[in-house]
Design a protein around this ligand. Structure first.
Ligand SMILES: [Zn+2]
Length: 198
């Protein structure tokens, strides 16, 4: 399907945004310090020869509908379902089968996936105040990092994120940093204009 690339709202994003978000920090208390806005995800996509690298960072809210560690069976089932969706990047990122992409490696990280904080876990940020209200800093992110090998990368003229928006409808927009044959660009995509050109 061809799309009118000129119809897309282009917005150049400062590189600092993507770089600031590029900390692979598995500590939920540190992760909580990263400002994030619900509804907005970030994607770094780099196509270099046959290698397509995708880094998707999202507030857990966009994918799960909550950002606390799952304790109920219902929440745990939701976490498992979201993990399963993230483990299928070819479908999730709408990569055409004729591009012949296979997953070389993938890594999912989130405090909500049971990743243990590796440092500072003796700092209790969940202290209750006099009212008994818990002061959680419970913004949580989900990070997904994929390396794909595509036999026919020339077919990848576009990256169409429509299925990502369909799969996670709480996602309103995705700030994309794209590096491809035509250089680097910052693009903001929405469900209504979900395709971008490499
Ligand atoms: Zn949040």
């Amino acid at each position: 399907m061809r799309r009118l690339i000129l119809a897309l709202p282009f917005a150049l994003l400062p590189l600092a945004i993507a770089q600031a978000a590029d900390e692979h920090d598995h500590d939920p208390q540190h992760a909580s310090l990263a400002p994030h806005e619900h509804g907005i995800g970030r994607l770094n996509a780099a196509l270099d020869g046959q290698t397509l690298e995708l880094e998707f960072d999202s507030p857990a809210m966009n994918l799960l509908g909550f950002e606390h560690v799952a304790s109920t069976a219902q929440d745990k089932a939701k976490v498992a379902a979201v993990r399963a969706q993230l483990e299928k990047p070819l479908a999730l990122f709408g990569l055409p089968s004729k591009a012949g992409c296979t997953v070389a490696s993938q890594e999912l990280n989130s405090p909500l996936f049971g990743d243990k904080p590796d440092v500072d876990d003796d700092h209790d940020e969940d202290a209750k105040d006099a009212d008994g209200h818990e002061h959680h800093h419970d913004h949580s992110e989900i990070h997904a990092h994929y390396q794909l090998t595509c036999a026919t990368p020339g077919v990848l003229e576009h990256l169409d994120l429509a299925n990502l928006f369909n799969t996670f409808p709480a996602t309103q927009k995705i700030q994309v940093q794209l590096i491809g044959p035509s250089g680097q660009q910052g693009v903001e995509v929405t469900a209504k204009a979900a395709a971008l050109k490499f």
